[in-house]
Design a protein around this ligand. Structure first.
Ligand SMILES: [Zn+2]
Length: 82
């Protein structure tokens, strides 16, 4: 239980969220993750046990609930002058 946002001191409430979870080179998206979310800045707070379960899902050979494609872009720097 966090209670207050660490960053902006906003109110934090329990929600089910979608998390982009990076595991090495893999990126998986996990839905319905129980988290506490700041109502002001959107910062997500996850409990250690929740992280462990996400790792288990990401590493495991469980059949994904749904497939999606993730396109990866490399940020170009410097940003071209517009
Ligand atoms: Zn916040």
């Amino acid at each position: 239980m966090v209670g207050k946002c660490y960053f902006c001191k906003g109110r934090v409430s329990k929600q089910k969220v979608k998390v982009d979870f990076r595991w090495g080179e893999e990126l998986v998206v996990i839905e319905d993750v129980p988290a506490e979310v700041c109502e002001q800045c959107g910062e997500k707070y996850l409990e250690a046990d929740v992280y462990k379960e996400m790792e288990r899902l990401a590493k495991g050979r469980a059949k994904p609930f749904r497939y999606t494609t993730v396109n990866v872009f490399r940020f170009e720097h410097p940003v071209p002058a517009g």
